[in-house]
Write a protein that binds this ligand. Structure first.
Ligand code: GDP
Length: 463
């Protein structure tokens, strides 16, 4: 998981609440101090951290202390969740491409930020969803830029435009976009030159390219490894061209990523995607809610469903799809999802999206993740056909009360049955409980998505 260390630190601070007998002001302050330390070590701005801490404190202390420790723990968890979401949510909405017309995106950024790689990832993202996509290379500054685009384009089977004999980037940009506009491409991506530093020449060129291309959106690609210093860079670029959104790269394994994300969000430029590795599929749509949910080990079912949609797994199982549209989700369905997940690659990332799994997975690698899923699969094998096919009564889900799901389930599946399943599968009872909890959360989410039409074929394509 991206920013795994930050996530584990926040969770370990919150887990202190589970063992505390009384949750008084002192305990709350101690937990908040740890969370603040975790954010600072991720390079989040000191002033911002103080604000986050105060907001959580105020919210938690102002709420009636009714309900004892469990209730308070939930309140604190919720307050941390919403503060982190707020921290990562810019107020502006990004541009969304429309089908049946040319949507031109111009990419800007410093050399080495990962701009060329990001364009290929972005192109791949849309092309896989069925959009007619093409790339234009007008980076004439960096030797090898055209070759890099060409190689990526060949690998991804996406057309590109470039001319090694043309030295004028503005002319290339104009010709390339004209060419693909005439061919009615829906997504046209224009790669501009980068520089090592912010130089006036670079900005002049960017402005000229923007003038001829008339992009629908200017995307600024930024390297997260410089932490909160990204804010200054973003401001300089924004002063020259109308940056509409930001893509942050290299968020894999860099401790300072939290600072980069929060600093960009504070500039009010929406973060649309994040780069989490060198490969084309190491690229994720950014959504503050989903991101924080995964960071705090709560999973991201919506993101996972979108990923499953991309693998066409749901289309291959129309009956399951139909049930899911009605909000029904059996244990057999969950088993099928896990089977698909096993074949999806990048298991660590996928696992962090599964509720109930992400927390268990913190600090574990892909091999351990595979073993976990295999243990779940043996639990399924120990269940009866009826248990696998049973459609449980779906109650309104409340992700902040994971314990309630187990209670609901136990009414249907007795503890003695769960013990027998655990014994048959050779796993501790907690393993079966975790599986049930995961199922309940999936079911709740499927119902919510079914109702809101998110499982709807067309709507998911557009998302
Ligand atoms: P450009 O000069 O901005 O076009 O940068 P490139 O696309 O050539 O990328 C510079 C380096 O960063 C290359 O080695 C890429 O493989 C690498 N890179 C790009 N995005 C990511 C990412 O999200 N994570 C990691 N780890 N490396 C990345």
């Amino acid at each position: 998981m991206v920013l795994q260390e930050l996530g584990s630190k926040i969770n370990s601070a919150l887990s202190k609440l589970n063992t505390a007998t009384v949750i008084d002001e002192e305990t709350i302050d101690e937990v908040l101090k740890e969370i603040a330390k975790a954010l600072l070590s991720s390079d989040v701005n000191v002033r911002v951290v103080a604000e986050v801490r105060n907001n959580i404190r105020k919210e938690v202390l102002s709420e009636a202390a009714a309900g004892g420790a469990t209730n308070k723990t939930r309140q604190i968890r919720n307050a941390v969740f919403s503060e982190l979401v707020r921290l990562l949510s810019p107020s502006k909405e990004p541009f969304t491409p429309k089908r049946g017309r040319c949507n031109v995106f111009m990419f800007v950024g410093l050399q080495g930020s990962g701009k060329t790689t990001t364009i290929a990832k972005f192109a791949n993202y849309w092309a896989r969803k069925g959009w007619k996509t093409a790339m234009v290379c007008c980076d004439t500054f960096r030797a090898g830029a055209l070759d890099q685009i060409k190689q990526n384009a060949i690998k991804l089977h996406i057309p590109y435009y470039g001319n090694p004999l043309e030295a004028d980037p503005v002319k290339l940009a104009e010709e390339g976009t004209e060419h693909f506009r005439a061919e009615k491409y829906e997504i046209i991506l224009v790669d501009t030159s980068g520089r090592h530093h912010q130089e006036s020449e670079l900005f002049e060129e960017m402005e000229q390219v923007q003038g001829v291309v008339q992009p629908d959106e200017v995307i600024f690609v930024m390297d997260s490894t410089i932490g909160q210093a990204v804010a200054e860079q973003a401001a300089a670029f924004k002063a020259s061209v109308p940056v509409g959104s930001v893509i942050i790269t290299k968020l894999d394994g860099h401790a300072r990523g939290g600072g980069a994300l929060s600093a960009v969000a504070a500039t009010d430029a929406p973060i649309t995607f994040i780069g989490t590795g060198e490969h084309f599929d190491e690229f994720e749509k950014f959504d503050a809610n989903s991101f924080v949910s995964r960071l705090m080990g709560m999973g991201d079912v919506k993101g996972l469903m979108e990923k499953l949609k991309d693998t066409k797994a749901l289309e291959k199982a129309p009956e399951m799809m139909e049930r899911m549209q009605k909000g029904q989700f059996t244990l057999r369905d969950l088993r099928q999802q896990f089977q698909t997940v096993m074949g999806m690659g990048n298991l660590g990332q996928v696992m962090s999206m599964i509720p109930g799994m992400s927390q268990m997975m913190q600090g574990q690698d892909s091999d351990q993740a595979t073993k976990r899923i295999q243990a779940f699969m043996t639990c399924f094998d120990s269940m009866t056909e009826d248990e696998l096919d049973c459609i449980f009564k779906v109650r309104k889900p409340d992700p902040s009360k994971p314990g309630e799901y187990i209670t609901t389930f136990e009414k249907t599946l007795s503890e003695s049955r769960m013990r027998r399943i655990a014994k048959g599968a050779g796993v501790p009872l907690e393993g079966v409980l975790a599986l049930m909890q995961s199922h309940k959360q999936f079911e709740g989410m499927v119902q919510k998505m079914g109702k809101s039409g998110l499982m709807n074929e067309k709507q998911m394509q557009q998302n």
